[in-house]
Design a protein around this ligand. Structure first.
Ligand SMILES: Cc1ncc(COP(=O)(O)O)c(C=O)c1O
Length: 430
């Protein structure tokens, strides 16, 4: 047995995950299939919590449900004392279903409706507003126990343009000057407990970026606290912690980030009269990204004019990231590991009627044959979560593996799921 990258191993040239053969999984559950390794979720969670709590103990991790909303995964994380970051009421409902208490849930929506604001208040979660104009609308329904605003720190970073959430070209967050007004009117309206939040980009592999943003946010918080006369109970530096997708990329030095950010939180709040805030982070990708592979079956090969296409049963409907951002996902031929790559470059695609239906482009892999099983790596974050029924293809199944055990944690959809909520008017029935 040879470990290639946790949680993946190879035995007899066959890829295994969580102690189970990928070929057996594909045969038993069909493809496309998301396979998640429980142990890796636990390791990722422990690593990042350990990194941040070494230098600063008042800490809370809010797992970003949008990365992967599977209830079993939510329960694993909750059992490790994770909080939740929710972007809509439906995510709050899922988090509660998985056992997260209201006081460990933060709700960061954008362009919230009145109904959403009312429900968030009723749920008793921490409310993080993305616009000052939302405050009077929220206050017509009641007073939150604790309120924060999402700040646009003026800078942003992200692996692709679509993943930059801070700076000049983004719909997210509030400028500092406007935020001062927001906190002032919140205080005047009787709100007594405050937090502050930033989320300036995703899939970032530059370790120095995180302490920079944390320092910037602490200073912004300090100026706001002074002008408004408040303290902050939590300071949330967001998620965005990247994972290596390409073989040439190195894992983020999370220990460095935790230490640097922790030291800033030890030093700056007292200098800036901020009290002793909880350091909050809300990672999604870092926790679940590398825990999951997507298994796909090869249906055929076709020589195009400039490249050879390898068609599989996983396409942009199953894993949208390559079509959405041009994102890179490493691919293995699961039943032919360690074979020499074929000189011919190939494009791996799905069965969808779009020319953007690409999973990987210009790759050199071992010779691929019809019926082979491909493993698409790092599919745990924004994988199933972004999948769709486009072209009327039911969504994939998900299994959880753990040291040789296998559990189906989401059944494969069927054709009846495609018509589940459709209604045919009586006059069209005959
Ligand atoms: C507000 C907020 N928090 C957290 C996250 C999680 O980001 P990541 O998966 O990059 O850690 C996102 C992702 O879009 C987000 O919008």
């Amino acid at each position: 047995m040879q470990v290639i990258e946790p949680p993946l191993e190879v035995r007899d040239k066959i890829l295994r995950v969580g102690g189970v053969s990928t070929l057996e999984l594909a045969q038993k559950f069909g493809t496309p299939l998301f396979v998640t390794d429980e142990n890796r979720i636990r390791e990722n969670y422990k690593r990042i919590v350990g990194a941040f709590t070494t230098a600063y103990r008042k800490f809370s991790l809010q797992y970003a449900l949008k990365a992967n909303n599977n209830l079993s995964i939510l329960r694993i994380l909750r059992s490790m004392d994770s909080g939740a970051d929710c972007s809509c009421i439906e995510e709050i409902t899922l988090a509660k279903k998985a056992g997260y208490p209201s006081n460990r849930i933060i709700y960061t929506g954008n362009f919230n409706s009145d109904i959403e604001l009312k429900l968030a208040l009723k749920e008793g979660v921490m409310i993080n507003l993305d616009d000052v104009a939302q405050l009077p609308r929220l206050r017509q329904f009641g007073k939150p126990e604790i309120l924060s605003f999402r700040i646009n720190p003026g800078v942003g970073k992200g692996r692709y343009a679509g993943l930059v959430f801070g700076g000049r070209r983004t719909k997210f967050g509030i400028e500092e000057k406007k935020a001062v007004k927001g906190y002032l009117s919140a205080k005047r309206s009787g709100i007594r407990h405050f937090g502050i939040h930033v989320m300036s980009g995703s899939a970032i592999l530059e370790k120095k970026y995180f302490p920079k943003v944390a320092e910037r946010l602490l200073n912004i918080a300090g100026r706001i606290a002074k002008k408004v006369g408040i303290e902050f109970e939590f300071i949330n530096i967001g998620g965005g912690f990247g994972i290596p997708y390409k073989p040439s990329e190195k894992a983020l030095d999370i220990e460095f980030i935790g230490k640097e950010v922790g030291e800033l939180f030890t030093k700056l709040p007292s200098e800036l009269s901020l009290g002793t805030p909880t350091l909050m982070i809300e990672p999604g990708r870092y926790i679940v990204g590398d825990t999951t592979i997507l298994l796909a079956k090869v249906h055929g090969k076709k020589k195009g004019t400039v490249t050879t296409y390898v068609g599989t049963d996983a396409g942009m409907n199953t894993l949208l990231r390559p079509a959405l951002y041009g994102a890179y996902h490493q691919v293995y031929v699961a039943n032919r590991m360690f074979h020499r790559p074929n000189p011919e470059k190939i494009t791996i695609c799905g069965q969808i009627c779009e020319n953007t239906d690409v999973i990987a482009e210009g790759r050199r892999l071992p010779l691929i044959k019809e019926g082979d099983i491909l493993a698409i790596l790092n599919a745990g974050a924004y994988g199933f979560a972004m999948s769709s029924q486009y072209n009327n293809r039911p969504r994939a199944a998900e299994v959880l593996v753990n040291g040789g055990t296998v559990d189906l944690i989401r059944e494969r959809e069927t054709v009846s799921d495609l018509t589940l909520h459709q209604k045919i008017p009586e006059r069209l029935k005959n």
